[in-house]
Design a protein around this ligand. Structure first.
Ligand code: PLP
Length: 473
């Protein structure tokens, strides 16, 4: 039975804890300091047979779970790409959890579908995608890209792969060597085989080289292979390289392949005209993905997948058994026809709250501040004789490393940088991550956390320089 007063008391206590947590989050070690098994070992291995009070469970949450948390919402979180949240997003998630809606079909919650239509169209306008594109919210960019590859496969095989299985000649997919691993996973899952993902060489700053792409396609065609999809990165994970979208798009059109753009992180920056103007050719895409959960202050998970030909997407995924058929199926939009899973969370609500509560200008302002802070960080690193910038900063991503003295072997330089990363993260004061770029161990500083301010970047610089003295000597 629902006990309203008990629920209210617990909820108020939780909200108080949440407010304190967010205001104190920078006091926690950013990367959890627990060892593997420490958390699990504190709980009984068997589930409780009798009910336990929320107070007791909440105490265990505070005392046992929290020490095992890496604080992604800390303003001193500079690792990977962020998974941000913000007050409007959290509040919306509370409402989403309360409603507990499963929006698989329009009729299972008309507002969930219609808000998703609305908010994905708002975002489309915000990033300057043409009205030819229509959006759907998926959980992750990995799944959005998988949907793109499946749609490409079906277009190339006239829906026969869905029907008869893969019986066609070898189907090939292309992306750069710096593209995200989710593409290879998607190619495997789509039954194409990872040998048929062709990873194209990149230039010195990590961008796909279009001439190499075209020569690989020609050589594949000569071998009797069938190119079906090209994926360009608008912001690679390693160094945030922006592939030459327009040129790659032209190649995709020339060889009649599907053209997908993975803009998981950097896609949000298309809100900024100063960045958007530097990117041409977006309209050539068949599909495009960006994750507001990375750099638009919206809780994980929220990945917006845009497609031009929605009929094609629905033909790829639509499968409606008798028990899900309704009288108005042909008149309404059922988003479960747009992707893999049937059940769908009401993700549009948090994005709607964020866009309304920040306002488009508010989101742009915070992003510009992030880019300004990253620029400042890059300048400070450039000035330091022990460090070098690996590739010029793109947006809010700075890639750098310890230079070492002139005759240092690469293997030793890599070792020093990897040691430095561990020293830095063991302090718990900040959290940064690394990539391997052009074969070299490279440190990454991503300045895109919702609450990061200049003094956090100054603290990061202080920690990095202090740890470098130990790592180098
Ligand atoms: N694409 C790029 C460029 C990424 O950087 C990432 C993750 O960082 C992904 C795809 C995968 O994102 P997701 O975790 O949403 O699947």
């Amino acid at each position: 039975m629902f006990n309203k007063e008990e629920f209210r008391r617990n909820a108020v206590e939780f909200v108080n804890w949440m407010a304190d947590y967010l205001s104190d989050v920078e006091k926690y070690p950013v990367r959890s300091k627990t060892g593997y098994g420490d958390i699990r070992g504190q709980f009984p291995s068997e589930p409780p047979s009798e009910r336990e009070s929320i107070d007791k469970i909440f105490n265990d949450f505070k005392n046992i779970i929290i020490p095992g948390i890496t604080h992604w919402q800390s303003p001193k979180y500079f690792a990977y790409f962020p998974a941000n949240s913000s007050p409007p997003s959290i509040l919306a998630e509370m409402l989403t959890a309360t409603l507990g809606v499963q929006g698989m079909k329009w009729i299972t919650s008309p507002a969930a579908t219609e808000l998703e239509e609305l908010v994905t169209d708002w975002l489309r306008q915000m990033i300057g995608l043409s009205a030819e594109f229509t959006g759907v919210i998926q959980d992750t960019a990995s799944v959005s890209t998988l949907c793109a590859i499946l749609a490409a496969r079906e277009r190339a095989t006239k829906f026969q792969s869905n029907k008869k299985g893969l019986r066609h000649k070898v189907l090939r997919v292309y992306c750069s060597k710096e593209a995200h691993s989710s593409i290879e996973k998607a190619v495997r899952i789509a039954g194409l085989g990872s040998d048929n993902l062709v990873k194209i060489d990149t230039d010195s700053v990590g961008r796909l080289i279009p001439e190499k792409l075209e020569s690989c396609i020609l050589s594949d065609e000569n071998k009797g292979y069938r190119p079906i999809c090209i994926i360009a990165a608008l912001g690679t994970t390693g160094v945030c390289a922006i592939d030459p979208i327009d040129e790659v798009g032209k190649i995709a059109h020339r060889y009649k392949t599907w053209f997908h753009i993975d803009a998981a992180f950097a896609g949000s920056a298309l809100l900024l005209p100063e960045f958007r103007d530097s990117v041409t050719g977006l309209q050539r895409a068949d599909s495009f993905v960006l994750n507001p959960h990375k750099w638009m202050f919206t809780n994980f998970d929220c990945s917006v997948f845009y497609v031009k030909d929605t009929k094609h997407i629905q033909k790829t995924f639509r499968l409606v058994p008798g028990y899900l058929q309704t009288q108005n199926d042909s008149e309404v939009n059922d988003y479960s026809n747009w992707g893999i899973q049937l059940g769908r969370r009401f993700r549009a609500l948090k994005l709607w709250f964020v866009i309304r509560n920040y306002g488009v200008e508010g989101i742009k302002k915070r992003m510009r501040e992030h880019i300004g802070l990253a620029t400042y960080f890059e300048e400070q690193i450039r000035k330091h004789p022990e460090f070098e910038i690996v590739v010029p900063r793109i947006l809010s991503v700075v890639c750098f490393r310890v230079k070492g003295s002139g005759n240092l072997l690469k293997i030793d330089q890599d070792r020093i940088n990897s040691k430095l990363l561990e020293h830095i993260n063991n302090t718990g004061q900040i959290f940064i991550s690394h990539t391997i770029f052009n074969g070299c161990y490279t440190l990454r500083f991503v300045c895109a956390q919702t609450y990061t301010e200049k003094h956090h970047v100054d603290e990061a610089l202080e920690v990095i320089l202090r740890c470098a003295e130990v790592a180098i000597n």
